[in-house]
Design a protein around this ligand. Structure first.
Ligand code: OGA
Ligand code: NI
Length: 362
């Protein structure tokens, strides 16, 4: 049993109705005298999952300025790089993306200020349903998990309709600008990826209706942990959408699966860390696999990451691209499903590698 205060418990007093605590990990870490983490947050990893290596192979780097350059030679080199990155890793860094450093910094600061808000103010944003457009909480989905992740989060649907908390001051303005800039980068990358699959430049954009595409902003707060080897910031999973773009506060913790091993991803300063999602795997009929990843925690420093997930429009019905199937003479390897339904399924389940995608595999 846990030796500390109740965790996913209710906080009741004679005068206030019972309320769920939204930033549980933050409160837990700030409570005095915590030396051992509670059993509710103790992960038992098999020995294979404990092994982590730093990369021996170089992590793919995509120079965004070349992708948008007018030189056909430069563009075709980058398309080639994107194809390799998606095939070999499902992960790459993006440099020279043009999103101002000051905007990235102020976004990370704004996320920190959000998590520092008094508990009562954050409670206003506690969502009731996994598809609520504003939702903060702890772990991933405490209603189905047996062990909880060392993470508090704030999830916001920022496109096609922009949602944001009104506090802290300036958060919403920064987020609106940041979401727009990052969405532009994601759409350009997806144009390159579309081309790299031998589909037209605009194929993914049109087929997935990216004009109305769902963009979700996820701010993650991972406080320091006295026993980081026993905890997990975010358990292994793949992302539901097409492409995810991550920045962080200079503290690393992201690990990706590569050739059967967990690899630490540090990223160049001010670069974007980008990974492929389940819907790119479905659309490409398994050519570009979604990458499994997780976040680990450390003893010393709180880590904040800000993730922008880009998917099809919620009402898009996604199937493997018929043009690819025809050209390659392959049968579809995934059933057709509405993106909104997949999203609900994924968000309602426990994080467990690629188990959600396995449900739509034929
Ligand atoms: C996510 C995610 C990793 C990280 O939010 O989907 O994978 O490093 N986050 O915070
Ligand atoms: Ni993820």
């Amino acid at each position: 049993m846990a030796e500390t205060a109740p965790l996913v418990a209710t906080q009741a007093s004679p005068t206030t109705p019972s309320k769920r605590i939204t930033s549980i990990i933050k409160l837990l870490v700030e409570s005095p005298g915590l030396t051992n983490i509670p059993s509710t947050h103790t992960f038992t990893l098999n020995s294979h999952d404990q092994v982590v290596s730093d990369t021996e192979e170089p992590v793919p780097v995509i120079d965004y300025s070349l992708l948008i350059s007018s030189s056909p030679d430069q563009r075709s080199k980058i398309i080639h790089d994107l194809r390799k990155a998606c095939q070999d890793w499902g992960f790459f860094m993006v440099i020279n993306h043009g999103v101002p450093e000051r905007l990235m910094r102020s976004m990370i600061d704004a996320c920190r200020e959000f998590f520092d808000l008094p508990e009562e103010e954050k409670q206003e944003y506690e969502g009731k349903h996994v598809l609520d457009p504003i939702r903060c909480g702890t772990s991933f989905n405490t209603s189905v998990e047996k062990v909880f992740c060392w993470r508090d989060f704030l999830k916001l649907f920022v496109h096609p309709v922009f949602h944001s908390p009104s506090k802290p001051a300036g958060f919403s303005e920064n987020l609106l600008e940041y979401s727009k800039r990052v969405r532009e980068v994601a759409r350009e990358l997806l144009k390159g990826i579309s081309e790299s699959l031998g589909l037209g430049t605009n194929y993914i954009d049109k087929a997935m209706n990216l004009e109305q595409g769902l963009q979700v902003s996820i701010a993650n707060y991972y406080p320091p942990c006295t026993q980081p080897e026993l905890a997990m910031g975010l358990a292994s999973h793949s992302d539901h959408g097409l492409l995810t773009i991550l920045i962080q506060n200079g503290v690393s913790g992201l690990q990706v699966q590569h050739k059967g091993k967990w690899v630490n991803m540090n990223g160049y300063p001010n670069s974007f860390l980008v990974n492929t999602g389940d819907h790119l795997e479905i659309l490409s009929n398994g050519k570009y696999k979604s990458v499994e990843h997780r976040a680990v925690v450390n003893k010393k420093a709180a880590r904040i990451s800000l993730v922008m997930a880009h998917g099809p429009s919620l009402d898009s019905v996604v199937t493997p691209a018929p043009e690819l199937l025809d050209r390659e003479g392959n049968a579809p390897a995934y059933i057709e499903m509405k993106y909104g339904e997949y999203l609900e399924l994924q968000q309602s389940s426990k994080l467990d590698g690629k188990s959600c995608l396995d449900q739509v595999r034929i």
